[in-house]
Write a protein of this length. Structure first.
Length: 374
């Protein structure tokens, strides 16, 4: 019973057992969140020039393995390598500044597994093995002997490995709500790295001339640093959610190239190693750098389902396009002055030369993951 004092000094009953209103209950707010995704992506392959050729036994030496001849077959190159699907992972974490989740920051990192393409051939299975090139001394297509009946036995081995990874940090700010979805603006920093390592070596074992083993190595890398701008939206209905995101990064591609080569020759009992291989000669061996403007647009779509108060399953698709990427195949100059091939001496035009032929890289694929709110 609640009593009140009257004007006459007495008391009277105003109300019986009136409930006392409790203060509002604090809303649980978890500012931290994290997401881990498995990636299944495909990436544009590296376009290689024709690097190894063959021809039927009986083809004249001057025509065997020469590009443009009807008897020539390309065994390695003249195609894109490392374009198959590959696995990877992505980790994203964020922090909200307010309970309404209208302002926040996030950081992410992704990496795809290294993928490689190898090649091996020998004259036991392929009697004619040649390394095609443009002879700049004559202006005509030509071929270096790696194995030919009556001249010597030989083999050719090659491999290219490709890598792709990236990271970024974003600030997110709500800018409105349309058709039941929240739309936010994004601004931040974007980093990407693409790299390829290509090597090719052949061995010619000739009773008349000795053993010659030229080796070429081409390493290319592109590092992108840029300003990331975009929009993102989220729509929810019960346990289901749908998220979309569109971004474009503007910045600089820092491209590097490392070209090296050597030739090991054994004549009689004497073995020597000389700087310069076949396509990696003294005229283009070295470390080179180049910086160019690049653009990286990216779109993604994710569907989610709430399986527990703090857990959500996520499935999505991503598409990323990166301009002006340096690949290993773009470092190869197929024009060669044969006199530059060890042991020399060099006479005439200087080729091969350092080249920076770039291409655009398309990466796309599926993601499957889980998101957790702390």
């Amino acid at each position: 019973m609640i009593l009140a004092t009257t004007a006459l000094g007495g008391t009277s009953a105003l109300a019986a057992d009136l409930p006392v209103k409790a203060p509002p209950k604090a809303v649980d707010f978890n500012p931290f969140w994290a997401e881990a995704d498995y990636l299944a992506w495909s990436v544009s392959g590296d376009k290689l020039p024709a690097l190894v050729t063959t021809a039927p036994v009986g083809t004249p030496l001057g025509l065997a393995g020469v590009l443009g001849q009807p008897t020539t077959t390309v065994l390695f190159g003249d195609s894109s390598v490392n374009k198959d699907w590959r696995s990877g992972g992505r980790i994203t974490a964020g922090y909200w500044f307010d309970p309404q989740r209208s302002r926040g920051i996030e950081a992410s990192f992704f990496g795809l597994e290294n993928i490689g393409t190898g090649f091996a051939a020998n004259t036991g299975a392929t009697p004619i093995l040649m390394r095609p090139f443009l002879n700049v001394a004559t202006g005509a297509q030509d071929a270096l002997i790696a194995g030919f009946p009556g001249i010597g036995t030989g083999s050719v081995n090659a491999n290219e490995t490709s890598r792709l990874l990236g990271a970024g940090a974003l600030y997110r700010q709500d800018i409105g709500s349309w058709s039941g979805q929240r739309v936010s603006a994004l601004i931040g920093y974007r980093y990407l790295r693409s790299s390829d390592t290509l090597w090719i070596t052949d061995t010619l074992n000739s009773a008349a001339f000795g053993v010659f083993t030229p080796t070429d190595n081409f390493k290319a890398a592109s590092n992108f640093h840029g300003l990331d701008l975009g929009l993102t939206g989220e729509w929810r209905n019960g346990p289901w959610s749908l998220e979309w995101r569109g971004k474009v990064a503007l910045g600089a591609n820092l491209k590097t190239a490392d070209i090296s080569g050597s030739t090991t020759s054994t004549i009689g009992a004497v073995t020597t190693t000389t700087a310069g291989g076949f396509l990696a000669a003294p005229s283009n061996i070295g470390h080179f750098e180049q910086t160019r403007f690049a653009v990286v647009p990216e779109i993604s779509l994710k569907a989610g389902y709430q399986i527990a108060p703090a857990w959500r399953l996520i499935a999505g698709y991503d598409v990323m396009y990166w301009t002006g990427v340096q690949r290993a195949g773009g470092l190869i100059d197929t024009g060669v002055n044969p006199t530059l091939v060890p042991p020399g001496p060099a006479v005439g035009p200087v080729r091969p030369l350092p080249v920076f032929n770039t291409t655009n890289l398309l990466a796309q694929g599926f993601s499957f993951g889980v998101r957790y709110n702390y």
